[in-house]
Design a protein around this ligand. Structure first.
Ligand SMILES: Cc1cc2nc3c(=O)[nH]c(=O)nc-3n(C[C@H](O)[C@H](O)[C@H](O)COP(=O)(O)OP(=O)(O)OC[C@H]3O[C@@H](n4cnc5c(N)ncnc54)[C@H](O)[C@@H]3O)c2cc1C
Length: 483
């Protein structure tokens, strides 16, 4: 390895992907590979990717699968030689809770947007007005002038009406990042929707013409093969495998250590010094792969555009996992789970806290057992923090009561586990793209490459792509500084 030094701060999937790229990617290290040190605050690498033992098997605590139709994550798994671990999703479709009953979602939706009025025929929980609005969009669409950007809510509400917007589309597209469609930027979260709205005619026709869509600002996609993958030992096994191979390549991987400051030392031998409580590491270039609020705190003093990153808000989410005796629970005959629109009334206090239920062992065969069913209840949205005031026991009791309403029958769970993810999901609101572009330009001028789920999309493939891009940028910075 050469004498140049790059420090990667943050050992989630973005930082690990950056270190993988820095250490040569598929080719492996060469003469020009710098010294690489990755510093992670957590006791282990992985960030939002983590596993635990539950109900006699290994389950994911955070992300449980990744889009197969975006290439970044699958390619990384293949480069690692880990592809024998890939497992294709074994179920499709989902149900939605509308007006006190479950309706199966039709096929052919584009990230929740209907692509023809006929798709809504079987949804009993939608009013005649919602159906009429869909017909109107097909035959006499509402005119809407869309500029450089608009919220997803603005577009869908104007074109398809309030009910389809909040009861139908929001649970799906908002659910991806626990956000509200009235805040989320179409340009950054759902560019195909913005393109469709810009065409000016029927939104549904335009979405129909655009074919399969994936979320995220820049989303290369393929249309064949499975839609999602997991890994046989859980998605949370991926970070450990990357870290293991990085160590084998000579990368220093440190865990349980927080970076406390980044200091500019332009007159010294290296432009940066990275402090932890006990060490200082000199660096020619830095990859910043921390959650956006940490990045804003650590780098904000170096440039106002970096301080502006503090404007990106992140939503917290809670995953409550249950193991329930198979013969004591009735779940819909097919589908990966249930979506619950925000503000849904029920027999208990306030609106339902559940935003979605996932049938984990129906999605992933490696989790299947004869005697139980694994259910995961999703709670938390950018504007619903009720969970943060509740103990684990209170959360389990509350969502158990909601499950009794959502499912026809459900016995007492034999096991339950609560996992909280405070600030896990950054919100891409209007102006996000400009904020990110300005921050990246400022960072780059300082020899820092930014990556993570706040910049290029929230999903795992986007985070892998973001990390690898930052790795390439840091390599260029190092090569330039030693010309
Ligand atoms: C509950 C939940 C469910 C999800 N489900 C899915 C899914 O099914 N599919 C999908 O594709 N995506 C999913 N996502 C999104 C995806 O998992 C994340 O966006 C992605 O893993 C983010 O990776 P990251 O490396 O950018 O950030 P993180 O995973 O947040 O990693 C950042 C790392 O920086 C470290 N750090 C923080 N401060 C410091 C410091 N001062 N010094 C050193 N290190 C520091 C943190 O400890 C952390 O490990 C989900 C996310 C959540 C929260």
């Amino acid at each position: 390895m050469s004498r140049e030094s790059v420090v990667v701060i943050g050992g989630g999937i973005s930082g690990l992907s950056a270190a993988w790229e820095l250490s040569g990617g598929a080719r492996g290290p060469g003469d020009a590979t710098p010294r690489i040190e990755l510093i992670e605050d957590g006791a282990v690498v992985g960030g939002s990717l983590a596993t635990t033992q539950f109900g006699d098997r290994t389950i994911d605590l955070g992300a449980d699968g990744f889009l197969a139709r975006r290439p970044e994550a699958v390619n990384l798994v293949r480069e690692l030689g880990f592809d024998d671990q890939l497992e294709a999703i074994d179920a499709s479709g989902a149900s939605i809770w509308l007006r006190g009953a479950l309706d199966e979602l039709p096929t052919g939706l584009a990230l929740g947007i209907p692509t023809s009025p006929g798709q809504l025929k079987t949804i009993r929980g939608l009013s005649w007005r919602a159906r009429l609005n869909a017909q109107r969009d097909e035959h006499a669409p509402v005119r809407m002038k869309v500029g450089d950007d608009a919220t997803i809510g603005d577009i869908v509400r104007t074109k398809l009406g309030r009910e389809l917007c909040y009861q139908f589309v929001e649970p799906m597209v908002g659910g991806i990042q626990a956000g509200r469609v009235d805040d989320l930027s179409a340009k950054s979260v759902f560019p195909a929707l913005l393109d469709a709205a810009r065409k000016g005619g029927s939104l549904m026709r335009a979405m129909r013409a655009s074919g399969p869509v994936t979320p995220g600002p820049s989303a290369p996609s393929t249309n064949s093969g499975p839609t999602f993958f997991s890994l046989l030992a859980g998605v949370g096994s991926l970070p450990f495998e990357i870290a293991r191979q990085l160590r084998g390549r000579g990368v220093v991987v440190r865990t349980g250590v927080a970076v406390t400051a980044l200091r500019r030392t332009p007159s010294g031998n290296y432009p940066w010094e990275i402090d932890t409580y006990a060490t200082t590491t000199p660096a020619d270039a830095v990859v910043m792969a921390t959650p956006v609020e940490v990045t804003a705190r650590l780098l904000g003093a170096h440039d106002p555009a970096l301080a502006q990153l503090a404007r990106v808000r992140s939503a917290g989410a809670v995953m409550i996992n249950f193991s329930v005796a198979r013969d004591s629970v009735t779940v819909p005959a097919s589908g990966t789970g249930i979506l619950v629109p925000l503000g849904t009334a029920w027999t208990g206090d306030g609106s339902m806290m559940t935003t979605a239920v996932t049938f984990l062992d129906r999605k992933w065969p490696h989790l299947r057992r004869d005697d139980d069913v694994l259910l995961r209840v999703h709670v938390g949205r950018i504007d619903d923090l009720r969970w943060s005031e509740m103990s684990d026991e209170q959360l389990i009791a509350r969502v158990s009561a909601e499950l009794k309403v959502l499912l026809a029958t459900i016995g007492t769970p034999s096991d339950a586990l609560v996992q909280r993810w405070p600030n896990g999901l950054p919100q891409y609101c209007l102006g996000h793209e400009t904020l990110v572009t300005n921050a990246r330009t400022a960072a780059s001028a300082l020899g820092v490459a930014l990556c993570g789920n706040a910049y290029d999309g929230v999903g795992i493939p986007a985070s892998v792509g973001s990390g690898r891009r930052a790795g390439r940028e840091a390599l260029e910075m190092v090569q330039l500084s030693y010309r």
